[in-house]
Design a protein around this ligand. Sequence first.
Ligand code: NAG
Ligand code: NAG
Length: 323
Amino acid sequence: MRRRSLWRLVKLVAAALALVLSAHILLSGLTYGKHPPKPSLLPAEEYRLISPETYEYVLKRPAACADRTGPPFLVLMVPVAPAEAAAREAVRKTWGAPSEDTLTLFFVGLPEGGRGSRVQALLEEESSARADIIQMNFQDSYQNLTVKTMMMMSWLATHCPNASYAMKVDTDVFVNVFYLLRRLRGSPGRDFITGSVISDGRPRRSRDSKWHLSEEVYPEDSFPPYVSGAGYVFSADLAPRISWASRFVRPIPLEDVYVGLCLRVLAVRPVYSLGLPTFRSLFEVRRLQYDRCAFARLVLANGFKPSQLLHMWRDFTRDPSGC
Ligand SMILES: *[C@@H]1O[C@H](CO)[C@@H](O)[C@H](O)[C@H]1NC(C)=O
Ligand SMILES: *[C@@H]1O[C@H](CO)[C@@H](O)[C@H](O)[C@H]1NC(C)=O
């Protein structure tokens, strides 16, 4: 008898917790912070810095989406430095392998030394063999990742308008594409973006920080909700809309926060993806010890070298259901 009422109490507390949690998620979805600044069009010279129209394609692949039996369900868009051939090869052999549902494309800028460099010659050779590299003529650097992200959005909007979803994902990430595809089949097809949501981000004002932002560049004292740049997934309709919104958002070098600022202009809020029954985020943006059964129940983890990805993938695909 006693045990039974204790059990009832536990269930009651659990139900109350679930209610509070869902209310919190719902309510936080209704507002966008206190006083977001009213968007106004950027001065032309500022927009020029991030607009893909400022730059030219070196490798364009305009038919990558059309050269298949149907439009891809999910386009995996992978920013990578020009010299990182081993990272690209690991992605092609693991979660980025060509499939009926997915298309994997790599996005690069110009290497140091530019068009005449040895790295560029190797890249062009790789591009002829693999047909999956897209390049624009801006300097490839950490500071220019926002430019690269806007280039990815623009390429997708222009050359792959019939894709259902896209994922921006780094090369050091383990992606459980099988689980991701299953989850996406039941997701909203519009205005949808998910990943590791950061809703309490703030600019670092210290000059020593890798993520330093001066008040001049970013005067607000917090960031709107955004998804960590390691890997996020969105409905493809957002690509042209994010491109459009970037006309209103001052460039900052933090590409994931920048996308969050564009989403605020669109009043689209990133959503959490929680696993059941654990309520843990499916996007684990941190280094986890590889475990086949744990990794079968998440969408991504990051921080892996190409050799580690290859090794993990061999084990992961041996029997992903045997958990
Ligand atoms: C970004 O790319 C532009 C165009 O190539 C270049 O002028 C600029 O120096 C780059 N910025 C950084 C910080 O690399
Ligand atoms: C997208 O779909 C439309 C309508 O079905 C079609 O006319 C168009 O050719 C497709 N575009 C691409 C790039 O596949």
